[in-house]
Design a protein. Structure first.
Length: 317
């Protein structure tokens, strides 16, 4: 039985949706290694065409975000147990500090880098568009947190023609962090994800989104870029917990017949993904799968996000 991982990515209007991964898992007892296809992503709203190249994405700027109810029902239908959804921490102060640090780094990068520098992981994007995207996400989310509802679709969160992007992105993140801190992680809010409508979901999602785009910005500028292993483990957890069941529900794609064990080798983080009579199941446990994906947490997360070639991790099975 053979199994290997293929990654493709596509962006959406405001959220990265970044992760569209495809796991091609060979069926057991099939000498020709027939495959089942799983497309994985974070957010259900309209997607653009899938890129043909591995590890690439595009930003199709979806027109609306009406996915919360549909996605929630789909998630519950494919994964009624919901396994364990990581809240990162009920004390979000450290996470918000890291969020601010990532944005300060982005701001520092674009003060000296060429804003026209291409972002290789997002074809068609340059540094300017990456920063505009990230800053718009932060302002969009801050509006949702403050008002407790989905921002109006026609609201413009983009920078003005005279805005200094290095200042603009920091200002938006400051407002976002103020809103998150004032609300507290357990406060009720609105978000488009199939999880409880609590602020901690925003904290986790925005920390992950921003860290990955900080990595993008540094890499595009030719600078060394790293990701925190613990945060990366959280990113993998979110990916397997929230992304995979949502896309399965949306596209009515059955899980593979083979199971997959994902194992971080440097920090805590193990998951088993399998099919239970055609329904997706995932648990954060140590258990043997038909195939295994192993490596440092940051490398696994980067592979799943399409930033790193899959040869950088250990794929067995």
């Amino acid at each position: 039985m053979r199994a290997h991982l293929v990654v493709e990515r596509r962006c959406e209007k405001l959220f990265e949706g970044e992760v569209v991964a495809k796991i091609l898992a060979g069926r057991r007892r099939n000498t020709e290694a027939q495959t089942k296809l799983i497309a994985v992503s974070f957010v259900v709203p309209e997607f653009g065409e899938m890129f043909q190249r591995f590890g690439r994405d595009r930003d199709d700027r979806f027109a609306g975000a009406t996915s919360a109810t549909v996605a929630g029902k789909g998630f519950e239908g494919t994964h009624p147990g919901k396994a364990t959804v990581s809240k990162m921490s009920t004390d979000s102060n450290h996470t918000l500090t890291e969020l601010r640090a990532d944005v300060d780094l982005i701001s520092s990068v674009i003060r000296t880098a060429d804003l026209g520098s291409p972002v290789a992981t997002c074809p068609g994007w340059d540094l300017r568009r990456l920063v505009e995207h990230t800053g718009s996400v932060h302002r969009w989310a801050a509006h949702a947190i403050i008002h407790g509802s989905q921002p109006p679709i026609d609201t413009n969160f983009s920078p003005g023609p005279d805005d200094n992007l290095a200042v603009w992105i920091v200002d938006g993140t400051t407002a976002l962090i103020d809103a998150l801190a004032a609300a507290g992680p357990e406060a009720e809010t609105w978000h488009p994800f199939p999880l409880e409508q609590k602020v901690w979901v925003w904290v986790r999602r925005l920390a992950l989104e921003t860290a990955m785009h900080r990595w993008d910005a540094q890499t595009a500028a030719g600078l060394e870029a790293t990701l925190d292993p613990e945060l990366s483990s959280t990113g993998i957890d979110e990916y397997l917990e929230m992304g995979l069941p949502r896309i399965l529900a949306r596209d009515d794609v059955p899980p593979p017949s083979a199971s997959l064990h994902v194992h971080c080798t440097d920090v805590s983080g193990e998951w088993l993904v399998w099919s239970d009579n055609g329904s997706y199941r995932m648990l954060p446990v140590h258990d043997k799968g038909d195939a295994a994906l192993r490596g440092p947490a940051a490398d696994i997360w980067l592979v799943l996000m399409g930033r790193l070639d899959r040869s950088e991790v250990d794929i067995v099975g």
